[in-house]
Ligand binder design. Structure first.
Ligand SMILES: Nc1ncnc2c1ncn2[C@@H]1O[C@H](COP(=O)(O)OP(=O)(O)OP(=O)(O)O)[C@@H](O)[C@H]1O
Ligand SMILES: Cc1ncc(COP(=O)(O)O)c(N)n1
Length: 268
């Protein structure tokens, strides 16, 4: 039996809601075989990040080599990359083994404020990974950081920002509007000519830990299955909306989303 495969290159979240753990759960739920290369270990729970331990470059490179030289992959998702050196290594490996459909989630800051990407690494991200990304998936603060100063407070401003991000090289920009206010959570997909809006009702919940990782992994799962980017994004939006609607009251802080929500609701 063959199965589509997706690889995540990201940090580990001991709390299980974001990072590698969220990515692999999402791949599994969406019928894709998941592989991983861990870039950093975080000691993390629903209250925040208590420790960040980047792995040696050699350990990261070896994981990527082990997976791609044998198992291969149909799509790659990157998350927490932490430093400019790790970004260069990942770009180098993807250029060597790829090209693959690449979902680049430019993870920078955890919800509690901990830095998951060093400030000086933003330039390396812009220079080395944006040009090879199939879909760049920033949230609003990440879009602002990549662009330098830019005010994003409305859907119109999101579309303007997505256009500017597109000029940096990714084939598609999926700018997520979770951080804005309003009755709807609106995201913008821009392909260089057309902006498509993806809308869902905004769910009143604090349990949104890992929404970004989960969305990007769901898009990567769709690409691994051979879906067009627009369809992979629609499926991912459905997946994350169901996962947020069933957010889990786990821990004392911001709980994770429920990755199995869509499957459980359609099994009823
Ligand atoms: N309260 C909400 N209700 C419905 N959808 C939401 C809500 N919050 C976020 N989303 C959706 O979840 C997806 C992820 O968006 P978000 O902007 O939260 O990503 P993120 O900021 O990278 O995640 P995080 O804040 O966990 O780092 C988007 O499709 C967004 O519209
Ligand atoms: C290891 C790791 N990677 C990423 C995030 C951001 O999570 P998200 O943006 O999905 O909430 C996180 N908190 N921890």
């Amino acid at each position: 039996m063959t199965i589509p495969k997706a690889m995540t290159i990201a940090g580990s979240d001991s709390g299980g809601g974001a990072g590698i753990q969220a990515d692999l759960k999402t791949f599994q739920e969406l019928g894709v075989f998941g592989t991983s290369a861990i870039t950093a270990i975080t000691a993390q729970n629903t209250l925040g990040v208590q420790g960040v331990y980047p792995l040696p470059l050699e350990a990261i490179g070896q994981q990527i080599d082990s997976v791609l030289s044998d198992i291969g992959t149909d799509a790659v998702k990157t998350g927490m990359l932490f430093s400019a050196n790790i970004i260069s290594l990942v770009a180098d490996k993807l250029n060597r083994y790829g090209p693959y459909p690449l979902v680049l989630d430019p993870v920078m800051i955890a919800k509690g404020g901990a830095a998951l990407l060093q400030q000086e690494a933003v330039e390396a991200l812009r220079r080395e990974l944006l040009p090879i990304a199939t879909v760049l998936t920033p949230n609003v603060p990440e879009a602002c950081a990549i662009l330098g100063s830019q005010e994003i407070g409305s859907v119109e401003q999101m579309i303007e920002a997505a256009k500017r991000l597109h000029e940096l090289g990714p084939r598609y920009v999926f700018l997520k509007g979770g951080h804005l206010d309003g009755e709807e959570a609106v995201d913008v997909l821009y392909d260089g000519s057309e902006a498509i809006l993806y809308r869902s009702p905004r769910i009143r919940t604090k349990h949104t830990h890992g929404t970004g990782c989960t969305t990007a992994s769901a898009i990567a799962a769709g690409l691994a299955k051979g879906l067009a980017v627009t369809d992979a994004v629609s499926e991912a939006k459905r997946f994350i909306t169901a996962a947020i609607a069933s957010g889990l009251e786990i821990g004392k802080g911001i709980g994770p989303t429920h990755h199995a929500a869509l499957r459980l609701s359609s099994a009823k």
